[in-house]
Design a protein around this ligand. Structure first.
Ligand code: DX5
Ligand code: ZN
Length: 224
């Protein structure tokens, strides 16, 4: 069993963009561990969100680590811009990185934590050879592009598999899950070895951000 701390990472995709800095400060005060930022390019995923200037604004609103999830083609071209803007953890999709080992090294050389992201249909074996070079793995439990979708339970087998592989070659690897995380799904994900949980609508859909963050954390802790 993993002894890594539980991390609750609100996804600002579900926040009120008209008051972004206030929303970020509010989840920070409410106990968020990381702030999850979804960058979408309208090519790799069918949605377009934000880039480095908005990340700079998020950076100015919180001291918490920014967990930046790049859903963009050819991420290696712009990773330095995201780190300069304030990203602490940079996630790249294996589906966008033909030279994944090099891209993870690029992120680490820039001083950020390197995260590999897998779509629901991508098998664990796709990242086996680079698992020791990653600080974090993010498993998508929805097809990326939008918030508010239903959790794909089959991803939990992959979580168990990656946690087992990492316990051998990289025990401090953070295992994160993203998509459809709620009071119903966080327990099964924690039981499968996940320790970091992205939640968009589950958090920003509530009025009491501290209450929901605390409840999610307790449900995750109780399940492992
Ligand atoms: C989806 C994004 C998610 C999204 C999750 O492509 O990567 O981070 O915000 O939203 P919920 O928690 O509502 O499923
Ligand atoms: Zn995300």
């Amino acid at each position: 069993m993993s002894a890594l701390p539980i991390r609750i990472a609100p996804s600002i995709l579900a926040s009120d963009f008209g008051h972004l800095a206030d929303e970020v400060a509010a989840v920070d005060r409410a106990g968020a561990d990381w702030i999850h930022v979804d960058v979408m390019d309208g090519h790799f995923v069918p949605n377009l969100t934000l880039g480095p200037p908005v990340i700079e604004a998020v950076r100015a609103a919180t001291g918490k680590p920014l967990d930046v999830h790049l859903m963009i083609e050819a991420p290696e071209r712009s990773i330095p811009d995201y780190v300069r803007a304030g990203a602490d953890r940079v996630g790249v999709h294996v589906e966008t990185c033909p030279h994944l080992h090099r891209t993870l090294g690029q992120i680490r050389d820039l001083g950020a934590k390197a995260c590999v992201v897998l779509n629901p249909s991508t098998p664990a074996a796709a990242i086996g050879p680079v698992l020791a070079e990653a600080d974090q793995v993010l498993l998508m439990s929805v097809n990326p592009g939008f918030g508010g979708q239903s959790f794909i339970h089959a991803v939990l087998d992959k979580a168990r598999e990656i946690r087992r592989l990492a316990d051998d070659c990289n025990p401090s690897l953070e295992l994160e899950i993203d998509g459809g995380i709620s009071m119903k799904t966080i327990g099964p994900a924690a039981a499968a070895g996940v320790n970091a949980f992205v939640a968009g609508t589950a958090i920003f859909g509530e009025d009491d951000y501290s209450g929901i963050i605390e409840s999610l954390r307790k449900a995750a802790e109780a399940a492992r």
